[in-house]
Design a protein around this ligand. Structure first.
Ligand code: FAD
Length: 291
């Protein structure tokens, strides 16, 4: 099912992200975790794409197995900055053959050695290629706090509008820990003429290490209230996990109460975290979520 159609339904859409393994010996274990998450019956699931692009077959495999075994629609990510047009077109053929019709089109982080693709500099070029190559439903990434490489938020929004105009059906945000940042971004995006659905991405933080790694990569601001939680509970894994789940749950409840209809949770392949959040929201999300 096309995600653009799902997003038109009444009520809240609740979706979950998983990532593929880095090596083939971890495939079964990773697919198992992804399937335990699929068994929770979110509205759809996204499967990320390894930064270097070498694990694309794992992304396609996990995404198609989830669809076939659980009937949960999937969104397969695809990056381009470390790739070339031939490889991208082959991945699109693979996705199509495996029944994947939703793609999150991303540039990918630049490799440390700075060697980027001669075919792709920005995601917008990938979006144009996907649009030209087949009838896919295409999503893109957006950054409520601005992308780390872009000095000015207004410039970042201009580039975002260019991506949307190239043929995006929806956007998913980078994680944020303060909803006010998201509300402000939404206002600026709409004012700039970005009118596709915007899915709010929520990352439950369950350890201090996860927080420092995520923040280092994304530059996401950590509000004092959340910093205090991590400082106090960080040394106790079970308590930190519980506090992280509650914090993410509260963020989602606030989003829904303020009219946000699409929420995506970055599960970090932890079925118990996804299950706890869904249990906390059972009556809020309503029927149709595996209960
Ligand atoms: P772009 O939209 O190309 O933007 C990148 C930067 O270039 C921005 O600063 C933008 O302002 C600037 N820019 C864009 N167009 C122009 C232009 N014409 N001229 C000048 N500057 C321009 N990474 C992975 O490797 N695998 C994944 O599966 C993955 N999934 C993600 C999912 C989500 C929801 C998000 C938010 C991020 C994800 N990422 C993933 C990370 C992403 O690849 C990085 O954040 C990357 O650095 C930017 O990707 P993008 O598609 O947003 O790039």
């Amino acid at each position: 099912m096309r995600i653009s159609e799902l997003l038109k339904r009444d009520g809240v859409t609740f979706s979950l992200e998983v990532f593929p393994p880095k090596t083939s010996d971890k495939y079964t274990q990773t697919a198992e975790a992804a399937k335990r998450i699929a068994a929770l019956r979110p509205d759809f699931m996204s499967v990320t794409y390894g930064a270097g692009g070498g694990t694309g077959a794992f992304t396609a495999g996990i995404a198609s197995e989830i669809q076939a075994e659980f009937g949960v629609p999937t969104l397969a990510h695809l990056t381009c900055v470390s790739s070339n047009r031939d490889h991208v077109l082959k991945m699109l053929d693979t996705y199509r053959e495996m029944g994947i019709e939703n793609i999150l089109a991303l540039r990918g982080d630049k490799p440390a050695d700075g060697a980027i693709s001669t075919d792709y500099k920005y995601a917008v070029e990938l979006i144009r290629d996907i649009r030209a190559h087949g009838d896919f439903c295409i999503g893109g990434a957006c950054y409520p706090e601005g992308h780390v490489e872009c000095a000015h938020k207004s410039e970042d929004i201009r580039h975002l509008k260019e991506k949307v105009d190239a043929g995006l059906d929806f956007l998913t945000t980078q994680m944020f820990f303060s909803n006010d940042i998201f509300y402000n971004f939404l206002y600026r995006a709409r004012e700039a003429g970005v009118h596709v659905p915007i899915i709010a991405g929520i990352m439950p933080i369950t350890s201090p290490r996860q927080l420092s790694r995520s923040v280092a990569m994304s530059g996401t601001d950590v509000p004092q209230r959340f910093r205090a939680i991590v400082d106090y509970f960080g040394e106790s894994p079970a308590a930190m996990k519980q506090a992280g789940v509650v914090y993410a749950t509260e963020q989602i409840i606030d989003l829904i109460a303020n009219g946000i209809r699409h929420v995506h949770v970055y599960t970090m392949n932890k079925p118990e975290v996804a299950a706890s959040i869904m249990a906390n929201l059972s009556d809020i999300l309503g029927a149709g979520h595996g209960r």
